[in-house]
Design a binder for this molecule. Sequence first.
Ligand code: ATP
Length: 261
Amino acid sequence: MPAISANKKPLNNEAVISLRDLTAGYNRHAAVHHLNGEVRRGALMAIVGPNGSGKSTLIKSIVGVLKPMSGTCHVARDVTMAYLPQQSELDRSFPARVKDLVQLGLWQRRGLLSRYRNEDRQRITEALCAVGLEEFGDRPIDTLSGGQLQRALFARVLVQDADLILLDEPFNAVDEKTIRDLVALLRRWQAEGRTVVVVVHDLDLVRASFPEALVLARRPIAWGPTAQVVTAENMTRARQFQEAWNDDAHWCEPAPALQEA
Ligand SMILES: Nc1ncnc2c1ncn2[C@@H]1O[C@H](COP(=O)(O)OP(=O)(O)OP(=O)(O)O)[C@@H](O)[C@H]1O
């Protein structure tokens, strides 16, 4: 694959994301609560948990689109961020070509209205090559398959050249070959010293490709080396916590079924 940027090797093991008793949610109802922990520079980490367990909410809190209800979510100074939301949150009907979509990754550097330079066009071409879409630059995005769109979105992340990359369920409805190619990109980003946090449902994929994981069920069930935390026991506990959660409860009260656990 062509090199797009200089290495961003970690200088040390500093925390890129720090969570201190973070509670976040919507309309005064907590969706995740009492999260404490740190993501170190250069981590390749998966967030796993049942549907509705707060994974997207946590990612949105880190990105800053959702303000904490209490506690703090701190991203280290000078860390640039790239965020890929779930595909369901994207409007594919927007009349854009694949290279326009990828170009959007450059706007923080160039501004929306400035002219793009030759080096930018080169960067976009390299990114499309890196995700196997070199022939797709002029295709309208609404003609892409789900897997091709995901590749194009990874190309947009590539050109962003960010220190911290947050991806929400990038492997949903994507075939095995595409998953393999995109996981190779995640590994490349980590090898370049970037910090990568990904919401993933496929636990076999997490065990095979992510050294670190957070098991979430509205609260942290376990967080650490994947082999130690993505266990059948922890996934059962996560499911039980999730099923016992009362959406209307005050956020500091544990769900009744769990108070004696
Ligand atoms: N915009 C919103 N307004 C109100 N409630 C929301 C909103 N987004 C999410 N929620 C609620 O917050 C809780 C956590 O949702 P979240 O999307 O964070 O879970 P998730 O673990 O990412 O789920 P999934 O695996 O299904 O994508 C759910 O009860 C959900 O209904």
